[in-house]
Write a protein that binds this ligand. Structure first.
Ligand SMILES: [Zn+2]
Ligand SMILES: [Zn+2]
Length: 206
């Protein structure tokens, strides 16, 4: 599997480029900002981007969506409960930032859906809490956890649509049930593993 992390924008969001070594088909997870840099890396890796997957609709994860979509022609996929966030810009206004208006999605995701990129297989986990339509993408021994779970941290729940009890339920029932050696690639900060978070994440200790 080809996997490259790019840290983009004022919120240091992680944008992931994922691709099949054999077919060079690829996906972009969370094009948060710096479209030019994302597209340059796509070109360097010689990826043919089939999908742009959004873990959720906050502006720090979708800021470069329009440019990246226009350049790649890839389908834009987001959870059905989050799609509305692509039609408006409450958080960019909130943070005093200006980004182009995002695009309507091409594909609405729900829990259990498959996301296949060449010979790579991922499945969609609906993990509400940080926002209503947050997803994680699980497959190939890794999980892209968006803003649900971080390295020794969890997503904030004080933004519109957030719920602390939902977030904890999502983490405990959907993520902590995964094998310890599952590598976690979060929406911000360094990677971790399910095992490391299970034993050391201060928000998950009882
Ligand atoms: Zn977020
Ligand atoms: Zn974020």
């Amino acid at each position: 599997m080809i996997l490259k992390k790019l840290v983009v924008g004022p919120f240091a969001s992680n944008c992931y480029l994922v691709g099949s070594e054999s077919s060079k088909e690829g996906m972009i997870i969370d094009p948060g900002d710096e479209a030019e840099g994302i597209l340059r890396n796509v070109k360097d890796l010689e990826l043919d981007i089939k999908s742009i997957v959004l873990t959720h609709g906050h502006i720090d994860h979708i800021g470069a969506l329009k440019e990246v979509k226009e350049a790649t022609g890839a389908e834009v996929a987001i959870h059905t409960d989050e799609a509305e966030s692509l039609q408006r810009q409450p958080l960019s206004t909130l943070f005093g930032l200006s980004y182009p208006t995002p695009l309507p999605p091409d594909r609405l995701l729900k829990d259990g859906d498959s996301m296949d990129i060449g010979n790579l297989h991922f499945s969609v986990l609906h993990t509400p809490g940080h926002s209503p339509g947050c997803i994680c993408l699980l497959g190939e021994g890794v999980i892209f956890s968006g803003d649900t779970l971080f390295n020794y941290g969890i997503g904030r729940t004080d933004l519109p649509g957030g719920s602390y009890s939902q977030l904890m339920k999502s983490i405990h029932t959907r993520l902590m049930t995964l094998p310890d050696n599952t590598t976690v690639y979060p929406g911000h900060g360094p990677e971790t593993t399910i095992g490391a978070e299970r034993s050391g994440n201060p928000f998950l200790q009882t």
